[in-house]
Design a protein around this ligand. Structure first.
Ligand SMILES: [Ca+2]
Length: 186
């Protein structure tokens, strides 16, 4: 009987490990860690790539959703037409999993960003697997709202992206805050 107990214990341990794996690990999902560990106020978040303008890790903006830091899109400062964004590659997801990427956004009153896109791409980038678009009318001001996008990955791993398109007028207003990203793969 003892060996059966051991076997059952081993099976339970494996099932537990599989349940943990179902929650794929995004690194630095709350943007608490600076890219440069010796510079607390570093405006790049560790483990996240970025492009474009004024999408910065902020250590002094409030409210955060958790911790002390968030990702701030300084829309009111942007003069260019092109997008800004951040992304992260997650390698340890077997092909064929249903991947769901979520992040929380907080819209400041009067923000006129043209589009917030959550996107999934293959690991290391490529043609989008799925995109979800949010315009400003769909986001309430002054409160946190969770955004999400889902797709099955055709090959191992996935890339998650947040993509921001500035407003069409030359006078851009407001800002967006992002915090508490998560990725599940089932
Ligand atoms: Ca945070």
């Amino acid at each position: 009987m003892k060996s059966i107990d051991v076997t059952i214990g081993a099976v339970l341990a494996i099932l537990f490990a599989m349940a943990v794996l179902a929650d794929a690990a995004l690194q630095n999902p709350s943007f608490e860690m600076p890219d440069n560990p010796e510079e607390y106020t570093c405006d790049r978040a560790a483990a996240w790539g970025r492009w474009g303008h004024w999408i910065n890790r902020e250590t002094g903006w409030s409210p955060t959703r958790s911790g002390n830091c968030l990702l701030g899109y300084h829309h009111f400062r942007i003069e260019e037409q092109d997008t800004s964004g951040v992304y992260q590659d997650v390698g340890d997801i077997p092909a064929g999993r249903r991947c769901t990427f979520k992040v929380n956004v907080f819209k400041d009153e009067g923000t006129d960003v043209a589009d917030v896109e959550l996107r999934l791409e293959p690991f290391n980038g490529g043609e989008a697997l799925a995109s979800t678009h949010y315009d400003m009318d769909s986001l309430p001001a002054g409160t946190w709202r969770q955004l999400q996008v889902s797709a099955k990955n055709d090959a191992e791993g996935v890339r998650v992206l947040i993509i921001l398109t500035p407003g069409t007028s030359h006078e851009r207003s407001g800002a967006l805050k992002f915090d508490d990203a998560e990725l599940a793969a089932n």
